[in-house]
Design a protein around this ligand. Structure first.
Ligand SMILES: Nc1ncnc2c1ncn2[C@@H]1O[C@H](COP(=O)(O)OP(=O)(O)OP(=O)(O)O)[C@@H](O)[C@H]1O
Length: 667
């Protein structure tokens, strides 16, 4: 059973959508309705005129006026039909365009939630296919009024000729009414099923196209095709059911309508023999009986409306995902201090981040590290309000992000991602995306900083090359994404694994430029590599949904579990940490080692000796790097001789220009 709109938010949204869409095409809909009614009126006048002309011809009276009247009505009907066709087409197109605009804006306004919930393929199916079906609603409703006016007018005309004729017709009318109701209900159900199956196919197809390389590599093209088309039987059965419903209705209508017409004509014949009707009136009555039983037209219209309603409901479902609301509180001048207070976020039924507190002073860099799935990307998304936390608050310069207007928020926060989407006509436009008027100079400068300028200039039309014609590797894409983030500016820059596809030398050069540009930008950096984390002023170590510790990379490095985050053999070794790491919730990163715990309390290094070196060697780091080691380190993007004093022993390897010691980032 179709749920009532009150119980079903999607149906409520669908009704509101259709109401607004109809209002948008209001004037045209009204004209269409009037034209349709005029056509129906002309259709209703024609039998009367024909009957009158016939009576006059039979009586050998002058009938030219009435014959001309009949010809005029036929011409008018043709003209109105043409206008109706054109108007229906334009109203459908306008309404569809309006629905697509509104839904596209809504989907993008809702952010990643909508794509997560529906899947990109299904969303595309809704915004393309279902919007086109739902877009026929206003015109179909207008036409339905006229389609209803035909039978109603036919019955009235029968009553005007003789009330017996109307009475005979009305006696059989309830059967027709039941028939129409069943058509509308059954078509609605099967149309919903049909459209759902279409959506599932579209979603699976989008996944398969996205992962076409994986499919090819696995050699599973056949299996994938079968998976994409798995809903086909359901689609087919829903489609067949739809046609069966309409076919059955049409068959019943074919059975019931002629019987009714026959009854009307028979009664008209009887009335003719009693001289209550003329021959012309019998002719008119037979035509009106056909009009009054015009169920075929109604069945088609009702089925179309039912499909449109089912499609509108699928659009309504998309609208149930609320668009992000923005505040009106302006962002004051400030250094870009970022605070997370008790931030909790749930995904897929589990709490991924649980009461996270962080404080990143303006102009500093915080690296976020943690095992895969620890919630780093989620935290990065919350920090710039790509998503809202389920509890807690994120503040920029003391203002909760929720209270900021859209412009202030997006102007203040720049993002770069691991797999950036390059949107915009040309490469230059993709870099300047989101800026009110990006100058070519700014775009180039940003590209130079991101080390993208060289390869962009090698493209056929340089910065004017269409994005689609700019073949690029994963690393080149990332550099364009970084260029976009650099061009954006803003007081907070969030890099979500945005350096992961870069070779280590390029990464190093970019981080040099990034961290060397002085204060003014606060940076949050999701890092997988130790060398990247080492560039930051502080590292927040996420584990089990919480911040396990905050400290400098070299301070945290002593803890095997921290080192394990980067995998064996990753990067840096530390023997002189000052235990500045701040552990959260009393969590000890090295809980099994009681000595370490004691030493941490006393501020001493738990592994200051050769044993320590062994541990480091176990973890893949060489405490006494030689020239050969230097080469290896350079390969890894780390500088083996960052300062003269550092070069003599197992010191933290730090990237020059980075990690301004002395600034703290606290939890
Ligand atoms: N939309 C979602 N629905 C369900 N679960 C989600 C969703 N988004 C994220 N998650 C889950 O939240 C957890 C954290 O994801 P996130 O991408 O933040 O991890 P991460 O630390 O960045 O991982 P990685 O280092 O592998 O990129 C993961 O277990 C992920 O499966």
């Amino acid at each position: 059973m179709t749920p009532r709109a009150d119980d079903d938010p999607a149906a409520g949204h669908a009704r509101a959508l259709l109401r607004d869409a109809t209002r948008y095409s209001g004037a045209r809909c009204l004209v269409l309705c009037l034209v349709s009614i005029a056509a129906t009126g002309a259709g209703l006048l024609l039998p009367a005129a024909l009957g009158r002309a016939l009576d006059l011809v039979l009586a050998h009276a002058p009938a030219t006026r009435w014959v001309l009247c009949c010809a005029g009505l036929v011409l008018l009907l043709g003209l109105l039909d043409a206008v109706q066709t054109v108007l229906t087409g334009t109203v459908d197109a306008r309404t569809t365009a309006w629905l697509r605009r509104r839904l596209t804006g809504h989907v993008l306004g809702a952010g990643p939630r909508a794509a997560d919930r529906f899947g990109s393929g299904d969303l595309v199916a809704r915004l393309v296919g279902n919007a086109a079906e739902a877009g026929t609603t206003p015109a179909a409703r207008a036409a339905l009024v006229a389609a209803l006016a035909g039978p109603v007018g036919g019955v009235v005309a029968l009553g005007l000729i003789d009330w017996w004729l109307a009475a005979v017709f009305l006696a059989g009318a309830p059967v027709l009414a039941l028939l129409l109701r069943a058509v509308s209900r059954d078509t609605s159900e099967s149309a919903s099923r049909y459209q759902r199956a279409q959506g599932r196919i579209a979603a699976a197809l989008a996944e398969a196209v996205e992962g076409v390389r994986t499919v090819r590599a696995a050699g599973t093209e056949g299996r994938e095709t079968a998976r994409v088309l798995r809903p086909l039987p359901d689609l087919s059965s829903a489609g067949h059911r739809m046609w069966r419903v309409q076919g059955r209705a049409a068959a019943r209508a074919v059975a019931v309508a002629p019987l009714l017409q026959l009854a009307v004509v028979a009664v008209a014949g009887v009335l003719l023999t009693r001289d209550r009707l003329s021959v012309g009136e019998v002719l008119a009555a037979s035509r009106y009986a056909v009009l009054a039983t015009g169920v075929g037209v109604l069945v088609g219209r009702l089925a179309g409306l039912a499909r449109a309603r089912a499609a509108a409901r699928r659009l309504g479902e998309v609208e149930t995902e609320p668009a992000t609301a923005y505040g009106t509180r302006g962002l004051p001048d400030g250094p870009g201090r970022l605070e997370l207070r008790g931030v909790t976020a749930r995904r897929g039924g589990r709490t991924v981040l649980d009461g996270v507190d962080l404080d990143v002073p303006g102009g500093t860099t915080l690296a976020v590290v943690g095992r895969s799935g620890a919630g780093k990307s989620l935290l990065a998304a919350l920090a710039g309000r790509l998503a809202d936390p389920d509890a807690g608050e994120v503040l920029l310069d003391g203002v909760p992000l929720r209270e900021l207007p859209h412009e202030d928020l997006r102007g203040a926060v720049g993002y770069a991602f691991a797999r950036p989407a390059l949107l915009g006509g040309t490469v230059g436009q993709a870099i300047g995306l989101g800026l009110p008027s990006p100058s070519p100079g700014l775009v180039r400068e940003a590209a130079r900083t991101a080390l993208a300028d060289d390869f962009v200039r090698r493209l056929p039309d340089g910065y004017d090359t269409p994005v689609a014609d700019a073949p690029r590797s994963g690393g080149e894409s990332q550099r364009l994404g970084l260029a976009r983030a650099f061009a954006h500016g803003g007081r907070l820059l969030i890099l979500d694994d945005a350096l992961s596809s870069l070779d280590t030398v390029t990464e190093r050069r970019i981080t040099d430029a990034l961290f060397g540009d002085g204060p003014g930008t606060t940076r949050l950096l999701v890092a997988h590599r130790g060398a990247t984390a080492a560039c930051a002023d502080a590292v927040a170590w996420l584990d089990g949904g919480r911040v396990r510790a905050v400290g400098r990379h070299e301070e945290l490095w002593r803890f095997p579990e921290y080192r394990a985050v980067f995998g064996d053999g990753a990067g840096l070794d530390v023997t002189d940490a000052d235990d500045g790491a701040v552990f959260r919730d009393g969590a000890d990163p090295h809980p099994t080692d009681t000595d370490d715990r004691a030493m941490l309390r006393d501020g001493a290094d738990p592994h200051p000796t050769d044993t320590d070196d062994q541990a480091m060697l176990r973890d893949g780091a060489d405490p006494h790097p030689t020239d050969t080691d230097d080469q290896a380190m350079l390969r890894d993007g780390a500088n083996p001789h960052p300062t003269d004093t550092d070069s003599g022993g197992p010191r933290p390897v730090r990237t020059p220009g980075a990690g301004r010691a002395g600034r703290d980032v606290t939890a």
